[in-house]
Design a protein around this ligand. Structure first.
Ligand SMILES: [Zn+2]
Length: 119
């Protein structure tokens, strides 16, 4: 992930603020997703939902895997993480809306964050 370090920082920021996204169970029904299940991302609540609830953008199981990895591992440990671009875009989008909701605005310059945190 090209700018995974910045995404890692965004998720850490959300977690530190107590607004970390829900990644373990569906925000609507509390069910834990099964491996490989296609999900949705709840932009308002910041977290995952079953695809059947209709609310939220598409969020793949790979994206969930990546998001969980961002939370679980230190940046240095994520270097070897190799995932196709699609889930990276989903995670990037999900974190952007979560940060936007939390702070009411886009971080001053997202590209700046990408640059200073680039390996
Ligand atoms: Zn559900």
């Amino acid at each position: 992930m090209r700018s995974w370090r910045a995404r890692w920082a965004e998720l850490a920021l959300l977690d530190a603020s107590g607004q970390g996204p829900e990644l373990d169970v569906c925000l609507e029904c509390g069910r834990a997703p099964i491996a490989g299940e296609a999900l949705r991302w709840d932009e308002e609540g910041a977290g995952i939902r079953c695809a059947s609830h209709a609310l939220g953008g598409a969020f793949s199981s790979d994206a969930l895997r990546l998001m969980r990895a961002l939370r679980r591992f230190a940046p240095e440990e994520l270097v070897s993480l190799a995932l196709p671009p699609a889930p990276q875009r989903e995670v990037s989008w999900a974190l952007r809306v979560a940060v936007h909701l939390l702070f009411g605005t886009e971080p001053k310059s997202r590209s700046f964050m990408d640059e200073v945190l680039a390996p």
